[in-house]
Write a protein that binds this ligand. Structure first.
Ligand SMILES: [Fe+2]
Length: 383
């Protein structure tokens, strides 16, 4: 057995109506909280009103930051951090999707630091512990609630980089599957497929270990067997519960096993085309599975079984081919495109996308040369 270490949030509360425990639990961390959320969806659903009321009832003064729109950039992190410091808050609460949670996580983690977010994102060490951070995901997918990195867009360099430090991990996570029920179908699909890729890439990652492997296979099963119903049956509450559990497990896999070429290339491809993270990953999924297949036969056998599909008495090639075909069928069912519209992209731009891949690519089970990355990028661009 290989030695491994495993990081996870201080506490996870999971289940229907668990959002009702936020006030009481948050009060244990102090009296002033900055509540970070997205632009309007939660307000429309009255979730925000309910959460604010609950926090106030527990004696917490709430400072609302409701400007997160799309994936966070450096500017929004600095704006939120300035406001949090000005009001001397005791904690950050992220209530929303992965972008909101990453914003709250980054601000809490850098709260006591003097430098700019950009400096830490580029490698400066975080010296002091930040303030407590509570994650309340409302979308089943990113797994950001259990990871210790925040993905932040640098618009100037047109690149997404991770701010990463063990100290960024949440003190408390509350996952109430009911919050994810009313999320728009397209968001459910791209977040769900992202989580499925977390589990698949985490399972084949060079950093995988015994614990992440058992979580990954279980996550693949939970996500694959429920994602269609989650997308198209809003009133089917049990499937949303299974999905939330699956994406939580997939998030724990990402935090501890790393990812691979899909996320490595998607970080750069998504930033260049400004397309949502889940879609950038999904479009690369079949191509990277194909690229890795001659070194991942046994893993694909286990993954095929985790999908609930027949894997016995097949040759290793048949196993790999079946696995990829089933994933492609899932993408068709979810109406996910297999290509990105090419627009006018020069060879130099393709080269620069290839150059800006994130470090996730280092954990891919098969080494990628520059030409391999360029081939994969070209294969997902519409001719
Ligand atoms: Fe992802």
């Amino acid at each position: 057995m290989v030695m491994f270490n495993f990081i996870t949030p201080g506490r996870i509360i999971f289940g229907k109506q668990s959002i009702g425990q936020l006030g009481v639990e948050a009060a244990k961390f102090g009296r002033d909280a900055m509540l970070v959320t997205g632009v309007s969806a939660l307000r429309k659903l009255k979730v925000l009103d309910r959460v604010e009321e609950d926090l106030k009832k527990s004696g917490i003064k709430v400072f609302l930051f409701d400007k997160v729109k799309g994936e966070p950039d450096l500017e929004i992190i600095e704006e939120c951090r300035d406001l949090a410091k000005k009001n001397k808050v005791d904690m950050l609460i992220g209530l929303g999707g992965g972008s909101v949670i990453d914003t709250a996580k980054a601000v809490a983690g850098l709260y006591n630091e003097k430098g700019s977010c950009r400096e830490y994102q580029k490698g400066r060490k975080i010296e002091k512990c930040g303030i407590p951070f509570i994650a309340v995901p409302t979308v089943a997918g990113s797994g950001s609630e259990v990871t210790y990195n925040a993905v932040i867009l640098d618009r100037e360099d047109k690149i997404k980089r991770s701010l990463r430090d063990f100290s960024l991990i949440a003190k408390l996570v509350i996952i109430d599957p009911l919050l994810s029920v009313s999320v728009p179908t397209q968001v459910k699909i791209r977040s769900g497929i992202d989580a499925l890729i977390h589990a698949i890439e985490g399972y084949t990652s060079l950093k995988a270990n015994q614990l992440t492997n058992s979580l990954a296979l279980s996550a693949v099963n939970l996500i694959y067997t429920n994602i269609r119903e989650v997308a198209y049956e809003e009133n089917n509450i049990p499937v949303h519960g299974h999905m939330s559990l699956g994406t939580l497990k997939a998030g724990m896999v990402v935090a501890n096993a790393g990812l691979g070429a899909i996320h490595g290339i998607a970080a750069s491809l998504g930033a260049y085309f400004e397309i949502p993270h889940g879609l950038a990953c999904a479009v690369l999924l079949p191509k990277v599975l194909e690229f890795n297949k001659n070194v991942c036969g046994l893993q694909y056998y286990h993954l095929l079984q985790a999908l609930g599909e027949h894997a016995e008495n097949l040759s290793i090639n048949e196993v790999s081919d079946n696995f990829i075909v089933i994933i492609e069928k899932l993408m068709l069912d979810l109406k996910i495109h297999f290509h990105i519209e090419r627009f006018e992209i020069s060879e130099e731009d393709v080269l620069s996308i290839a150059k800006n891949c994130s470090t996730s690519i280092n954990f891919n089970p098969k080494e990628l040369k520059k030409e391999d990355i360029i081939d994969i990028i070209n294969s997902v661009l519409c001719k």
